[in-house]
Design a protein around this ligand. Structure first.
Ligand SMILES: Cc1ncc(COP(=O)(O)O)c(C=O)c1O
Length: 497
């Protein structure tokens, strides 16, 4: 056994690469037959690996074997066709290979001169993303690590633009009035986290109530803005969501844009989950307000099926981002005079060193094209609609939230639970509801341990919901039947309700 060299010979490199590609193709071939997630513990995983710092390497072949035999069985397979757990991506092979090539080039997309070709590819890929979702034609943006960083970048630009002082220089403590941001209880926590990190303060993140479809109430929003203004605060930004993480609700984006316009506020849309639903004609109609947003957070590493990491923030006016992120430093001075060649990504986001995330976006679109992507998104929407239909048609399942995109929230109601629900009222009914919460929680844990299908949970109207997020080109309509059969089979093992 030979330790691998930092620089292998070309023949050796080819052998390593062939072994990796062979593993990749076997992995994808057998993915559907794997357990979705391992049933293991931290202790077991730690025990599976030699923890001595290796002075001498074990060689590439032996290490790859360790990866396949010891690590692969301990992974949750996010690309499995019945991985319905979270708003996340399955990954696509063309992007895995693009990531490999991006690491090979080791391009660092700080500024044009640092990576001329890659920077131009990122600018092109961002423009394609802008067109895919229908954002404002003047808009431009940047790839970031994910939706959280996209929300952070957008809110930084919003605050910089709307602050009555030069906040970059004077700091938030110099503000004459606290600046306030409007979200809903369904908004992803990364928005409030960004507000905390930016010094806006969680007290100034105002939660606007939602309707029974989990959508922000526009009248309440307007009332809160007016009240806040009268009380001496400065409303500055409305953050709507296109696809909430809990149920996939879409806020009334056009109405929110109207309110933002009327009150002179920044309008941000967190479209990290729902943004690429715009590829499907049926959903695009609900997302027309993308063209009116000042900023949009998107996640190609969700419904564009790309492997992590790849988020994207689009700014309607890139100059607002420039004013927020540009910093002068002698070592960063760009000496080319032509504007295109002096373009610097560090002026449009928080990061300096940035990997070539754009390569997987560009390579997938170039190699696969938009049509299969659009078909896959439409298929995911159809799967969710079918699952909701089957749930509604059954006696032993109950849908708990409307299905706007590809998340279905429902619960299992065993026969005795159904009888009790049909007859109980008042405190008795609440007791049955609580028992159903506990029953479904047990069912979820057992499903995750079982390995055939994987779901997560959401709270809908205070009730425990099983949540299926369907965003995987490998998932078929037939998988909806398998999921419900898995749940029924496992419920049968839980004992008496
Ligand atoms: C609506 C929404 N916004 C933001 C995020 C955060 O995205 P990321 O995990 O890429 O940071 C998520 C993640 O699920 C999300 O669903």
């Amino acid at each position: 056994m030979h330790a691998a060299q930092l620089e292998p010979t070309p023949a050796e490199l080819r052998r390593w690469g062939e072994a990796v590609l062979d593993l990749m193709s076997r992995y994808h071939e057998g993915l559907r037959d794997r357990r979705v997630a391992p049933n293991t513990t931290s202790r077991e995983i730690r025990a599976a690996f030699d923890r001595t710092m290796p002075e001498e390497g074990a060689g590439f072949a032996a290490t790859l074997q360790e990866f396949e035999e010891d690590l692969l069985p301990l992974v949750r397979h996010n690309g499995h066709p019945r991985m319905f757990g979270y708003v996340q991506s399955p990954g696509v092979p063309v992007a895995s290979l693009a990531d490999l090539l991006a690491s090979m080039l080791n391009a660092n997309l700080t500024v044009w001169r640092s990576a001329p070709g890659p920077v131009e590819i990122e600018r092109l890929a961002v423009e394609w993303v802008r067109q895919m979702v229908g954002a404002h034609p003047a808009g431009d943006g940047i790839f970031v690590s994910g939706g959280s960083m996209a929300n952070f970048s957008a809110l930084a630009a919003a605050r910089r633009t709307k602050a009555p002082i030069d906040i970059a220089r004077e700091g938030a403590h110099a503000l004459p009035r606290a600046m306030r941001l409007y979200v809903s209880p369904e908004t992803h926590h990364s928005v409030a986290k960004a507000a905390t990190l930016l010094g806006i303060g969680s007290d100034h993140v105002r939660e606007v109530p939602v309707d029974d479809g989990s959508r922000m109430r526009v009248n309440s929003l307007e009332t809160m803005i007016e009240e806040d203004r009268r009380s001496g605060y400065q409303p500055f930004c409305i953050a709507g969501t296109a696809g909430t993480v809990g149920t996939g609700a879409i806020d009334p984006l056009d109405a929110l844009a109207d309110v933002a316009e009327r009150h002179g506020l920044w309008f941000h849309i967190d479209a990290s989950y729902g943004g690429f639903a715009a590829l499907a004609p049926a959903a695009r109609a609900k997302l027309g307000a993308f063209a009116r947003a000042d900023s949009i957070a998107l996640d190609p590493h969700k419904w564009m099926y790309l492997p992590v990491d790849c988020g994207c923030v689009l700014y309607r006016d890139p100059a607002a981002a420039y004013a927020t992120f540009a910093h002068d430093a002698e070592y960063m001075r760009v000496m080319d005079s032509a504007p295109a060649e002096s373009f610097a990504y560090w002026n449009y986001g928080p990061e300096l060193s940035r990997r070539f995330r754009a390569l997987k976006v560009w390579m997938m679109l170039r190699a696969v094209g938009l049509a299969p992507l659009r078909a896959a998104v439409e298929k995911d929407l159809a799967c969710a609609a079918l699952l909701a239909e089957k749930v509604e048609a059954s006696r032993d399942f109950e849908r708990l939230a409307p299905v706007e995109l590809s998340i279905v929230c429902f619960r299992h109601v065993p026969a005795r639970g159904r009888r009790l629900l049909d007859t109980a009222s008042g405190a008795d009914r609440e007791a049955v509801e609580r028992a159903l919460d506990a029953w479904n929680e047990r069912l979820l844990v057992a499903l995750q341990r079982d390995g055939s299908s994987y779901m997560s949970n959401a709270s809908v109207g205070g009730r425990f919901a099983l949540r299926a997020c369907i965003m995987n080109h490998r998932t078929t309509l037939a998988d909806m039947d398998v999921l419900l059969a898995d749940l029924r089979r496992i419920a049968g093992t839980l004992g008496e309700f």
